[in-house]
Design a protein around this ligand. Structure first.
Ligand code: GLU
Length: 300
């Protein structure tokens, strides 16, 4: 990288976990991130978040890549996979360790689930008790960092408050590097300037801001898109309507996602020309149309 202080050009990404095929909720995140990158004249990258081996399947990865390409969503660089190159996570863990920030935590999954939050902090005295590292998760202690705040481009302030977000799991009890650390390391590695993703990931972003700070990395800009939910509030991704996308209906699927994002549907897309439709959709992409919207509730 050069030493220029000029703002790097826009680099965005879509980072699905291959734990299932692409469905209409994840197409919305793929499309939103793609259009935002193209509107800015930037590059859109594709990364498969496949560290959670027990949940990820190669056939889902293949199906996701096929579905994206059937929808005209083609990345600017070769697809990357988190599982391909894990040494950088080890380096990040070593950097946190060198700063004295790591501690092992044996709070049980059940205790943490009962605590409710999306990334609950250590509940007991693990920091001082120092349980054996075998059969324990590894956490980064963030309590001595400075508070941080970053404006999400749609949903308002993302805050990191060390008193509230005291620590976060960086390596799970089963040895797998945790999402919060992997996403920070990978986005930085790829030079991602803009993270555009589903609003279901908004809540955990405070911890990611802190991990950027702890690793002396500049955080990206964030745009969290509205989450599509069923009339009863269940996430579409988890509901019975969440079926794999029909690739033969690609332009209709894209029209639906544009509609959810309150964007006009270009005539080219209605006519079935996906490449021209996406280019036209990028030219008229305007996030003000869904600004502040956390949820899109489907009619019953
Ligand atoms: N892999 C994560 C997921 O599928 C998303 C990662 C991200 O966009 O930051 O939920």
């Amino acid at each position: 990288m050069g030493r220029s202080h000029a703002r790097p050009r826009y680099i965005g990404r879509f980072a699905p976990s291959p734990s299932g095929p692409l469905h209409s909720g994840s197409l919305l995140a793929a499309l939103g991130s793609h259009l935002d990158a193209h509107r800015a004249g930037g590059d859109w990258l594709l990364r498969l978040d496949d560290l959670d081996l027990p949940r990820c399947r190669p056939e889902h990865a293949v199906a996701i890549l096929d579905a994206l390409s059937a929808h005209g969503l083609v990345p600017a660089r070769p697809v990357t996979r988190q599982s391909e190159d894990t040494h950088r996570y080890a380096a990040a863990l070593a950097a946190l360790e060198a700063r004295g920030l790591l501690f092992s935590c044996d709070c049980s999954r059940r205790e943490l689930a009962a605590a409710g939050a999306s990334e609950p902090c250590c509940l007991r005295d693990c920091r001082t008790r120092r349980p054996s590292a075998t059969d324990a998760a590894l956490r980064a202690d963030l309590s001595a960092l400075h508070p941080m705040s970053r404006e999400d481009r749609s949903l308002g302030a993302i805050r990191f408050d060390p008193a509230l977000h005291r620590d976060v799991i960086v390596r799970r009890r089963d040895g797998i590097v945790a999402y919060a650390l992997a996403v920070v390391v990978d986005d930085a590695e790829a030079g991602v300037t803009d993270v555009v993703r589903g609003g279901d990931l908004f809540e955990g972003t405070g911890w990611q801001l802190a991990l950027h700070q702890a690793l002396a990395l500049e955080p990206p800009r964030y745009l969290h898109l509205p989450v599509v939910v069923e009339p009863d509030g269940t996430k579409l991704a988890k509901s019975r309507r969440s079926v794999p996308l029909d690739e033969d209906a690609a332009s209709r699927n894209l029209e639906q996602a544009l509609g959810w994002l309150r964007q006009p549907v270009p005539a080219e897309l209605r006519a079935g020309d996906i490449a021209a439709g996406l280019a036209a959709a990028a030219a008229q992409w305007d996030i003000a149309r869904f600004s502040g919207l956390a949820e899109i509730r489907l009619p019953g």
